[in-house]
Design a protein around this ligand. Structure first.
Ligand SMILES: [Ca+2]
Length: 311
């Protein structure tokens, strides 16, 4: 019996393995190219985005969600027909600075004579609206990597107009549907980390022991998360782990202002706009994926920022 290996069979096997490896490497390289988008805002400042594929999801809160507000119901299916890119992080101080430096833009909080909202170290409380508070001065130390706050729907849209002209891309706020679809990232639980609020530990900057320590007795929230996430106020973007689709700070850090108006409301109606995601001041109910914060076009608070989409 001839036991000598067949050289032709072996070389075919080796060739197949090599071709398979080449195909794997090529596919991965193409996938990496297609899922990321980096836009230049100027001044060596980039806007990093990731690809969000089309799909369907259940939006809003189910009847058995005891933390839900009635405006989040009924839960209903939504189809996202077109792919888009979404900012991996909320817009940062550094990115907003480029916009301001190039345009001279001044925010609503800086120009309406009323001012913004912030934290008083002396009084150990959040306060406002006062003229001393705006995106540059919320009452705590910010680095360039912190998400910009004290931003209104009006200001966020002005940034998007500028960024669109700057990059030649259509940059806007996400619709509420796009935001919730991207936040859930295929999950159907209350939080993208599960149904247990404590599952957000390590994934979100929310109301915690660090914040409680900064507040006077009257302002201490009674429903904080039972741990210290290290940040009483905003945290540099990307300080926590991302959601399943690679988006950071979708929950917590800052509420994210969305495009459009609530169904049945008009643009000038009080609280006709929506913000999502909760903030560093969010109790568990305000950190759910379905949460629906209502704001005016001119509302500005130290809890509110935004992220953008590119279409
Ligand atoms: Ca926190």
């Amino acid at each position: 019996m001839n036991t000598k290996p067949c050289p032709f069979k072996n070389s075919t096997l080796i060739l197949s393995i090599i071709l398979g490896m080449l195909l794997f490497v090529t596919q991965n390289a193409l996938a990496q190219q297609s899922v990321k988008l980096t836009l230049k805002l100027g001044g060596n400042v980039d806007l990093l985005c990731t690809y969000i594929k089309p799909g369907k999801f259940m939006m809003g809160s189910p009847e058995n969600d005891t933390l839900a507000d009635k405006i989040e119901r009924p839960q209903h299916e939504v189809a996202i027909d077109r792919a888009f890119y979404m900012g991996i992080y909320p817009i940062t101080i550094k990115q907003f600075k480029v916009f301001v430096q190039e345009t001279g833009y001044r925010t609503v909080a800086e120009t309406d004579g009323i001012g913004g909202h912030g934290y008083s170290e002396a009084n150990r409380k959040f306060e406002g609206l006062f003229p001393q508070y705006n995106w540059q001065h919320p009452g705590w130390e910010q680095s360039d990597e912190h998400p910009v706050v004290n931003i209104s729907w009006i200001d966020a849209n002005k940034f998007c107009e500028w960024a669109s002209a700057r990059t030649g891309k259509k940059i806007s706020l996400p619709t509420e549907e796009e935001w919730e679809y991207a936040c859930r990232a295929g999950t159907t639980t209350l939080f993208f980390t599960g149904d247990d609020p404590n599952s957000l530990k390590g994934y979100a900057n929310i109301s915690d022991d660090a914040l409680r320590d900064k507040l006077q007795q009257e302002q201490k929230p009674d429903r904080t998360f039972p741990f210290n996430d290290g940040f009483p106020f905003t945290s540099p973007v990307g300080s926590f782990k991302p959601n399943p689709w690679g988006l950071y700070d979708m929950t917590g850090n800052v509420w994210q202002i969305c495009d459009g108006t609530l169904p049945g409301s008009t643009p000038n109606q009080v609280a006709g706009h929506v913000a999502k995601g909760g903030s560093y001041n969010a109790y568990p109910e305000f950190a759910r994926s379905a949460v629906r914060g209502r704001i005016k076009a001119s509302s500005k608070y130290g809890y509110f920022g935004f992220r953008v989409v590119v279409k």
